[in-house]
Write a protein that binds this ligand. Structure first.
Ligand code: BEZ
Length: 219
């Protein structure tokens, strides 16, 4: 993905949202933030996605995350559309702000423009982009999906758990990892360090190379 990507600090843009005007760094504070875009209000997949975001608000809050939506529609449109989202979300409230970006300035700076999709008047629209921003205001993970493919909120929660574990311990999460599964100890950690860092113990897989790099533990 060209432009803003993993490791970059999000720009401190001033944004107008359904919850008022603020700067991105003030909103993010020193916690975790998910900034996500959708192609347009009053479209089917987007309505289901934001409905599920609303339903998962508790999941995100429990993990210390704030949500911030974004599209190129204006704030009036967002306010009207939120009623539809809430009607389709089993009554869950959309209590996170949504940025209005009719001038398409924010989506460009956040690297969220869909190269293929246009609105009915030929203007650019955002892809289904999603940046997970850490407490240092740096992007830790990005999704970039086309308009045709809705995101999976269970996958968003899963990667948040992975990122937060990796930020806290010197570990990484292996293929198909789910919260509660064993994790692997990061390759930069020596066996001597691992014994100190993981007093609960760890298991080293015996490999043909005899290199002891595949070490599982629980954190
Ligand atoms: C949708 O949300 O359903 C959608 C939006 C833009 C293009 C295609 C689908």
């Amino acid at each position: 993905m060209p432009g803003l990507t993993i490791g970059d600090t999000i720009p401190n843009l001033e944004v107008e949202t359904t919850h008022g005007k603020f700067k991105l760094h003030d909103f993010a504070g020193d916690g975790w933030t998910i900034i996500f875009s959708h192609p347009g209000d009053f479209t089917p997949v987007c309505t289901t996605e934001l409905g599920k975001m609303a339903a998962y608000t508790g999941e995100f809050r429990r993990r210390g995350l704030k949500l911030l939506g974004l599209s190129c529609d204006d704030l009036r449109s967002h306010a009207d559309w939120i009623k539809d989202i809430e009607a389709c979300s089993g009554g869950c409230k959309v209590d996170f702000p949504i940025i209005g970006d009719p001038k398409r300035e924010i989506i460009k700076q956040l690297n969220m423009v869909d190269p293929d999709e246009k609105d009915p008047t030929g203007n650019q629209v955002p892809s289904r982009a999603l940046h997970i921003v850490g407490p240092d205001k740096k992007i830790k993970l990005s999704f970039l999906y086309p308009a045709s493919t809705g995101r999976n909120m269970d996958e968003v929660v899963r990667v948040v758990e992975s990122l937060q574990k990796a930020a806290k311990h010197k570990v990484a999460t292996p293929v198909n990892w789910k919260p509660g599964d064993p994790v692997v100890i990061s390759p930069g950690v020596s066996n001597e360090q691992a014994k100190e860092m993981f007093p609960q113990g760890y298991e080293t897989v015996d490999l043909p190379s005899k290199k002891e790099y595949l070490r599982f533990t629980n954190v």
